[in-house]
Design a protein around this ligand. Structure first.
Ligand SMILES: *[C@@H]1O[C@H](CO)[C@@H](O)[C@H](O)[C@H]1NC(C)=O
Ligand SMILES: *[C@@H]1O[C@H](CO)[C@@H](O)[C@H](O)[C@H]1NC(C)=O
Ligand SMILES: *[C@@H]1O[C@H](CO)[C@@H](O)[C@H](O)[C@H]1NC(C)=O
Ligand SMILES: *[C@@H]1O[C@H](CO)[C@@H](O)[C@H](O)[C@H]1NC(C)=O
Length: 513
């Protein structure tokens, strides 16, 4: 972590020069990396074998970094688990780990590689950053010895952390972030005692960083935006897509828009594990995104962004709580979305107005379809409750979605193609939270840049007919205050599931490594 006082003390003058030359825009790159997985992950390998595998991945990252720099990128983000893969035990990951010091030590590994013990991976990343004069963001593993003077020290005498590192364009380590919200089967790593709020300043804005599953929680993700006022979030991830609401490009672009920040999301590429979906997202619109379930190839995205994006104020409940419910003459029914029980109504006509409520949340929709097909059913749903599968988090969600089949029992099931375009939609809800992420997803998991907007009164509205058939229009609200304390019985359930996840990983609804 770089505390701000560091920047205003010793480096005050340098910082002033940076400020003077600070730029209005910058060029960012994210790399969706088809990680080479080790053949053996559950039994330990030697440090030499571990390093050989990591170097094979670094060779691919190197090519992406060089290409990004040639295209003028000032920063590149690479994915979580992009250097050694995933699904390890505490013991088997150990040979992949390096001691990663606090960035305050002021270290350029490329110039002084052995200052903190063997660190070949940090050295190589630092040299790639320095040699190409580009900020490099990567995800590696940190090890920190501990002993009985610390009652929380694990029995094997060390902490192991899922860690993001950032090297600046001189190769200096400027940020280290230990993932706070480990996903359910990340047994190889420890959770840091507190959420780390890690930021650093550049001539092109203030940056914050977190990892994968962290994006669903308040600390540190929301703190970075609300308290530290970062402009751009760096987001290495290993994200398994879950439709209808948590496909990578869909949710990450919505987070950028809902929070009013740039968001650089770099995912692993592994279609078998449903891992694809990276992007460069600005608050007003996605700039570049990539979703590819067909090829096995990695993909580099490069785009320009505003250094200090405009952050509009939205009152997410203002419109919805100011209008009468549209008359509900309609048959309501229950449907399940990613283990949550929603209340739905079917959209019967080519055009219409509907309201559906659950607990405190009422969702209003006005819409017009291009045609009312007999082979497709759309529904409006509301959910106000605690999600408990693969993590515990309170949601308030208003969603217009395509049902998988014409049987309304299928509403909420994953479906990735559709045939119905919408001429117009306007969705709003009586949210009790100010954290709402607006999602619009089109057929074949495509985003809809500049086809919709969020009004300051909280309406999510189309600006034009959809350019493709529609999968979903959703206001995905997170009610952090209601997450409550973790329930021991849920922890136990998650533990029992872990073994299963390892075996059945590709077919389970897992989210995030
Ligand atoms: C895994 O084993 C196969 C077959 O022996 C070999 O071709 C491949 O290079 C190995 N992969 C790694 C990452 O070592
Ligand atoms: C235990 O760890 C602390 C800090 O990590 C260190 O200062 C101390 O010397 C260690 N004690 C022993 C007995 O190893
Ligand atoms: C949002 O709008 C509602 C209804 O107009 C109002 O009651 C509420 O105070 C507003 N919330 C904020 C945070 O301004
Ligand atoms: C839906 O509501 C809008 C505005 O309240 C109204 O203009 C429109 O006629 C309504 N549409 C239908 C199909 O009822």
């Amino acid at each position: 972590m770089i505390p701000s006082q560091l920047l205003v003390s010793a480096t005050f003058l340098v910082f002033c020069f940076l400020k003077v030359s600070s730029s209005a825009t910058f060029t960012a790159a994210v790399y969706e990396h088809a990680v080479i997985l080790p053949n053996v992950t559950l039994t330990p390998v030697s440090s030499e074998e571990a390093l050989a595998l990591m170097n094979r991945n670094l060779d691919l990252l190197e090519a992406a970094i060089i290409s990004a720099a040639k295209q003028g990128a000032q920063i590149i983000v690479t994915p979580e688990d992009g250097i050694y893969g995933m699904i390890f035990t505490r013991t088997s990951i150990y040979s992949y780990l390096e001691d990663i010091p606090d960035p305050q030590v002021n270290w350029i590994p490329c110039d002084n590689p052995n200052r903190f013990g063997l660190a070949p991976v940090q050295r190589r990343l630092s040299c790639l950053a320095k040699g190409n004069a580009i900020y490099v963001v990567a995800n590696i593993g940190d090890k920190k010895p501990c002993n009985t003077s610390d009652p929380q020290c694990p029995p094997d005498g060390r902490y192991q952390y899922n860690t993001n590192v950032v090297f600046d364009s001189q190769g200096k380590l400027v940020a280290r972030y230990h993932k706070r919200h480990l996903f359910m089967n990340e047994d190889q790593f420890d959770t840091p005692k507190e959420a780390e709020v890690v930021t650093f300043d550049t001539a092109f804005g203030k940056f914050g960083i977190f990892t994968c599953f962290d994006v669903l929680f308040h600390d540190p993700a929301v703190m970075l935006v609300k308290d530290s006022h970062v402009d751009t979030v760096l987001f290495p991830t290993a994200w398994m897509n879950v439709l209808p609401h948590l496909s990578a490009v869909e949710f990450h672009s919505a987070w950028a828009m809902g929070m009013g920040v740039n968001f650089l999301a770099s995912n692993l590429h592994n279609p078998l594990l449903r891992m694809t979906g990276s992007g460069i997202y600005a608050p007003d619109s996605p700039r570049k995104f990539h979703y590819d379930m067909e090829t096995q190839e990695g993909k580099l995205l490069v785009s320009q962004l505003d250094s200090h994006p405009y952050r509009p104020e939205v009152n997410w409940t203002s419109y919805a709580s100011s209008i009468e419910a549209f008359s509900v003459r309609n048959q309501e029914f229950k449907g399940t979305v990613f283990y949550d029980e929603y209340i739905f109504v079917e959209l019967k006509g080519i055009t219409g107005n509907y309201t559906v409520c659950q607990k405190d949340l009422c969702c209003h929709l006005s819409y017009q379809m291009s045609e009312k097909r007999s082979d497709e059913v759309y529904a409006l749903g509301a959910f106000d409750g605690l999600h408990t599968a693969e993590g515990q988090y309170y949601l308030q969600v208003c969603t217009l979605l395509k049902c998988k089949t014409t049987n309304v029992q299928s509403c909420g099931d994953s479906v990735d193609t559709a045939a119905t375009r919408f001429e117009m939609f306007s969705l709003s809800g009586t949210f009790g939270t100010q954290y709402v992420f607006p999602e619009v997803l089109l057929s074949e998991v495509q985003l809809a840049p500049r086809e919709f907007q969020v009004m300051s009164d909280g309406r999510l509205q189309s600006l034009q007919p959809t350019s493709r058939p529609l999968l979903t229009v959703t206001l995905f609200g997170r009610f952090y205050d209601r997450d409550g304390l973790r329930d021991a019985s849920i922890d136990l359930g998650a533990h029992a599931l872990r073994g299963l996840v390892m075996v059945l990983m590709p077919i389970l609804y897992a989210l995030c490594w």
